[in-house]
Design a protein around this ligand. Structure first.
Ligand code: PRP
Ligand code: URA
Length: 208
């Protein structure tokens, strides 16, 4: 599908298998979320703009480059939190704005409870971070909030998605590329991704 990028890197697939295992405890789970996110951010930032940055090496002047895009990270609480640190390690200049959304277990509708966006949308690219794209209710709501705020360029980074969620997000926001570690089979009757990994928030924070 157009603008849907699923990593085929062997290390991502290896680590994702460990992440899915029911025996993987929260400490190891958080470590794997960090490691997989580093691969995804590498792939998702391949089109960043560069600007000239002349430097001196010990031997000669060098016509260097630096990242020109101003980037805002938007983790969706809670589960997106574990994806923040690995991006900060790779791109220390990003700004982080938390969005609190949870999915109502009966209606499956996203409920917004926290928004830390500043008044002005003064970034060139917003990266939404959330490990799970299930019905895409949460992701679509996050994109709605960012567009209303004034964001021009938005990407979604997730670990695992269901085809139903990808379809819905693509239809609602065809301008938002989706970067994933895996595209799974389906949603179950409770709108959990199958085979998936269970509840990403609970598994990171030991609250299941
Ligand atoms: C999970 C996940 C997404 C959402 C995905 O969060 O992290 O935000 O569900 O489901 P959707 O695509 O159907 O909206 P959850 O609501 O469990 O909140 P939590 O991160 O606080 O556990
Ligand atoms: N949220 C999760 O954490 N996991 C799913 O499979 C679906 C929604």
């Amino acid at each position: 599908m157009e603008q849907v990028y699923v990593s085929s890197h062997p290390l991502v697939q290896h680590k994702l298998t460990l992440l899915r295992r029911v025996e993987t405890e929260p400490k190891k789970f958080r470590e794997l979320v960090r490691e997989i996110t580093q691969f995804l951010i590498y792939e998702a930032t391949a089109d960043l703009q560069l600007t000239d940055k002349p430097v001196e090496t010990p031997l000669a002047p060098f016509a260097g480059k630096e990242i020109g895009d101003r980037i805002g990270l938007v983790p969706i609480l809670r589960a997106g939190l574990g994806m923040v640190e690995p991006v900060l390690e790779m791109i220390p200049t990003v700004r982080v704005w938390h969005l609190g959304l949870y999915r109502d277990s009966k209606t499956l509708e996203p409920i917004a409870y926290y928004n830390k966006l500043p008044p002005q949308a003064d970034v060139d690219l917003c990266l939404i971070l959330d490990p799970m794209l299930a019905t895409a209710g949460s992701a679509s709501a996050a994109v709605d909030v960012l567009k209303e705020w004034g964001a021009q360029r938005i990407k979604f980074l997730g670990l695992i998605a269901a085809p139903e969620g990808v379809k819905r997000l693509r239809e609602a926001h065809p301008d938002v590329p989706i970067h994933l570690a895996a595209l799974d089979e389906r949603l179950n009757d409770h709108a959990y991704i199958v085979p998936g990994l269970g509840d990403a928030g609970d598994r990171q924070f030991g609250t299941g």
